[in-house]
Design a protein around this ligand. Structure first.
Ligand code: ATP
Ligand code: MG
Length: 222
């Protein structure tokens, strides 16, 4: 190993990615560029603890769509860590597994939307999680700073971490996976909300359209 090389910095972008969309990609790239990260690893959730099986699309589809969406960015990769781990997916277990692989010197940044980060104290072992990585929360420009500071104080007080959270404003993107699923179900366009490959895959597999389940189960060999 080259001793002169500064330690690596890696972003971890967790999500259900049902489906992955341009909001996820813009957020990950903004954080990568801002912090000068060496790479960002997208980690599709296996079985989100707060969502039941029937509510979440088969992980094979979510994984494939995430691979297709990230393939054009040489610094983006996709991990099967959560998908391949049996049992419910807890973020702290994922970060622990990454920490073991990359060692102590690599800086790990967990990238998340500010809306999700507000729930952090309800996650499993939030104090351990905040010691293993730094959290970067993305917000829309103009997000009330008082709310961010209040959360900083709470996290500091309740987990004993000195500087647990940083915030980055990204261009306003009202895109969400739930809205995309709703649009597909209603026959509305999703063009430009997701990468073209993802749009094509959703149509080809009949995802998010009631009554088309057999088509996608057959296609992934389920
Ligand atoms: P759903 O609508 O089903 O909740 P989602 O669009 O929020 O889906 P997730 O897979 O739940 O997508 O999100 C993964 C991560 O990306 C979370 O940290 C979430 O806060 C963040 N995120 C989601 N949408 C955006 C967006 N438009 N801009 C920036 N970050 C986003
Ligand atoms: Mg969400």
């Amino acid at each position: 190993m080259n001793a002169l090389r500064a330690s690596e910095a890696v972003g971890i972008m967790g999500g259900t990615f049902d489906p992955v969309h341009h909001g996820h990609l813009v957020a990950a790239e903004a954080v990568r560029a801002h912090l000068g990260l060496d790479r960002v690893v997208f980690v599709p959730a296996g079985r989100p603890p707060h969502k039941s099986d029937s509510e979440v699309t088969d992980e094979r589809h979510r994984y494939l769509m995430t691979v297709m969406a990230t393939v054009t960015n040489p610094l983006f990769t996709v991990s099967r860590a959560e998908i391949d781990r049996p049992g419910p997916s807890y973020t702290v277990d994922t970060i622990r597994a990454f920490r073991q692989v990359v060692g102590e010197r690599t800086r790990l940044y967990f990238i998340t939307g500010f809306d999700a980060v507000r729930e952090i104290l309800t996650w499993r072992e939030p104090d351990v999680f905040l010691r293993l990585c730094r959290v970067v929360a993305v917000t829309r420009p103009g997000y009330p700073l008082e709310e961010v500071e209040a959360l900083q104080r709470r996290l500091r007080a309740e987990t004993g971490t000195s500087d647990p959270l940083s915030i980055l404003e990204v261009p306003a993107l009202a895109i969400s996976s739930s809205d995309i699923r709703r649009r597909v179900a209603a026959g509305e366009p999703i063009k430009y909300l997701v990468p073209e490959s993802v749009e094509t895959y959703i149509a080809k597999m009949g995802l998010y359209r009631p009554g088309r389940r057999d088509l996608h189960e057959e296609a992934v060999g389920g």
